[in-house]
Design a protein around this ligand. Structure first.
Ligand code: IMP
Ligand code: MG
Length: 181
């Protein structure tokens, strides 16, 4: 069952993480979160749309009681200024919040998001990211649960997009350099 290794798409370069490898990483993260939070309930907060698949898989590997909520964020131009385009539906005051991210790149998005969430007085506020690309990090982000550190390559699949496409790939792949300019 590895037919998807044969990739007939001009933008895809190489598979960085297969579906099986992603599942193993998600399993490991879930075990660590379960162990650290025994007896607690977690409010999982995810940033649309990239975190969708990771949240769906991670939440189903957790044994803790969890709730799911979503935010959407847009960045202007260079990505320096961010604003909330969809806020959480539920309050997080007094709750144990775990922000579930697809990838942390510059960290500017999450830095802004954490500031906003911290202002709402959660009991705890932690970060879990599937991918950590620290080569271009600008904001110092405390990462409590890190899946995989990746080199400075643009990736698509498993929620990550290029111009809105490729989110539904079951694996994570690098994009050809020619495509990225
Ligand atoms: P940051 O503010 O630079 O950390 O940007 C983080 C957000 O940019 C992520 O949550 C993704 O939505 C998006 N992003 C960053 N790198 C990639 C990538 O390689 N592929 C697809 N989306 C990315
Ligand atoms: Mg994102």
């Amino acid at each position: 069952m590895s037919a998807y290794h044969v990739i007939h798409d001009p933008i895809i370069d190489r598979v960085l993480l297969t579906a099986e490898e992603i599942a193993a990483v998600v399993d490991d993260l879930a075990s660590r979160i379960d162990a650290d939070h025994a007896g607690e309930e977690l409010a999982l907060v995810t940033v649309l749309r990239g975190g969708l698949f990771f949240l769906a898989d991670l939440s189903r590997r957790l044994h803790l009681p969890v709730t799911l909520d979503f935010m959407a964020i847009s960045s202007y131009g260079s990505g320096e200024a961010v604003r909330i385009t969809k806020d959480l539906d539920d309050p997080i005051e007094g709750r144990n919040v775990l922000v579930v991210e697809d990838i942390i790149d510059t960290g500017l998005t999450l830095n802004y998001l954490l500031k906003v969430l911290r202002g709402r007085s959660p009991a705890s506020l932690e970060v879990c990211t599937l991918l950590d690309r620290d080569a271009r990090r600008l904001a110092d982000i405390p990462i409590d649960y890190r899946g995989v550190r990746i080199p400075d390559w643009f990736v698509v699949g498993y929620g990550l997009d290029l111009g809105g496409r490729y989110r539904n790939l079951p694996y994570i792949a690098t994009v050809r350099e020619e495509v990225m300019g």
